[in-house]
Design a protein around this ligand. Structure first.
Ligand code: SMG
Ligand code: MG
Length: 368
């Protein structure tokens, strides 16, 4: 197969509500959409890099540059066997996984469409309904947090994750546990703590959280292993896992008991499958993380969440939690049981709304 053309678009889209983590607050998103033509079949991918280099070093600007000036020249006109080969073709480019994933996932979509099968099946998915959780940002007050959680539980979501940071950790967890002793609850620190904070993190053990996500540095695995030894609560790694090799090291060192898989962070669907397979073999459950995606990235996340080891509810939730109007049709919807049912159309299964995308587009380029 051959990549005939690529179209890069940057869209700007407002979030329904601001989203606050330990590293900052998002009010709106700048998102790169990648449209590819593979032998006449069209595929769509999304680049999840942020506006600022706070979650990772990649940004919208670095991803645009790497896609246009480095990835496209490697893939242009190149013959390859399958979407599954693209990640390895891009090996000369070190890092920049979010840029790579944007185009690689679009090629997966195009190949699935050319074969006339849904992307989730093409990836090897086995689940037709995926369990969903929500991620709730840092709130100004505990009553506001409780109100948010109440709303999401009423909508059916199967697990609640709250963002924590020093000064907003034990108290919100205690308040949630007092109100809802039995819900599936977890916290995500986005690297806000240090190994010296182990006693504080240990004091979360009595709240039987299903996991603590990424407590320590974004580039650390070793200290997480030391921390995990001291905690009963499982550690889940997010920012620290960039590759299949990282997953293997983290598991071997005992740095985590769960892994959050994000396609953008690891470079595309092929590496998602490799990490999935390693974790499955080692008995480590995985779940799909979220990056405030628009419908394109969300549809890709729904597809990968159908792989068999995605046993825990992910941060993949309904379009309407993020956007007044999403850029796909139908929008991603969640059942009252807190699940998303996969679609049976070829590829990602959701159609990009081209007029809406055009109206949100701030820059567009078809590199020659
Ligand atoms: O997409 O619902 C979502 C956000 C899920 O919490 C979420 N993502 O560290 O897991 C994480 C964060 C990273 C994105 S913060 C802008
Ligand atoms: Mg996280």
């Amino acid at each position: 197969m051959r990549l005939r053309s690529v179209c890069l678009r940057e869209i700007h889209i407002d979030l329904i509500a601001p989203f606050q983590t330990s590293f900052g607050t998002s009010h709106s998103r700048r998102v790169i959409l990648v449209e590819v033509d593979i032998d006449g079949a069209t595929g769509w991918g999304e680049v999840v890099a942020g506006e600022d280099p706070f979650y990772s070093y990649e940004t919208v600007e670095t991803a645009w540059h790497v896609l246009r000036d480095h990835i496209w020249p490697i893939l242009k006109g190149r013959d390859f066997r399958a979407a599954a080969d693209v990640f390895d073709l891009l090996a000369p480019i070190r890092g920049h996984n979010m840029a790579k994933a944007g185009i690689e996932s679009a090629i997966w979509d195009a190949e699935a469409k050319a074969r006339g099968i849904p992307l989730w099946k093409f990836l090897g998915g086995t689940r037709e309904e995926i369990p969903c959780g929500v991620s709730i940002g840092i709130q100004a007050t505990i009553p506001e947090l409780l109100a948010k959680v109440e709303k999401e539980l009423a909508a059916g979501y199967q697990r609640i994750k709250i963002k924590i940071k020093p000064g907003w950790d034990i108290e919100p967890v205690r308040a949630l546990r007092e109100r809802w002793p039995r819900i599936r609850l977890m916290v995500d620190a986005n690297s806000a703590y240090r190994l010296e904070d182990a006693p504080l993190l240990k004091s979360l053990d009595p709240f039987y959280l299903i996991m603590i996500e990424q407590p320590l540095s974004w580039d650390d695995i070793y200290d997480h292993a030391a921390l995990q030894k001291q905690l009963d609560t499982p550690i889940c790694l997010d920012e620290s896992i960039h590759s299949a090799a990282d997953a293997r090291v983290a598991i071997e060192l005992g740095a985590c008991r769960i892994i959050n898989v994000k396609m953008g962070r690891v470079g595309g669907q092929t590496v998602v499958r490799r990490i999935h397979d390693i974790c499955q073999e080692k008995g480590i459950p995985v779940w799909c993380g979220g990056m405030l995606e628009t419908g394109i990235g969300r549809a890709q996340n729904v597809a990968l969440s159908t792989l068999p080891d995605f046993v825990l509810p992910g941060d993949v939730s309904a379009s309407r939690r993020y956007w007044i109007e999403d850029i796909i049709s139908p929008e991603v919807e969640v059942t009252p049981q807190g699940t998303i049912r996969v679609l049976s159309k070829p590829g990602i299964g959701y159609a990009p709304k081209l007029e809406r995308i055009e109206s949100l587009t701030k820059r567009k380029e078809l590199p020659p």
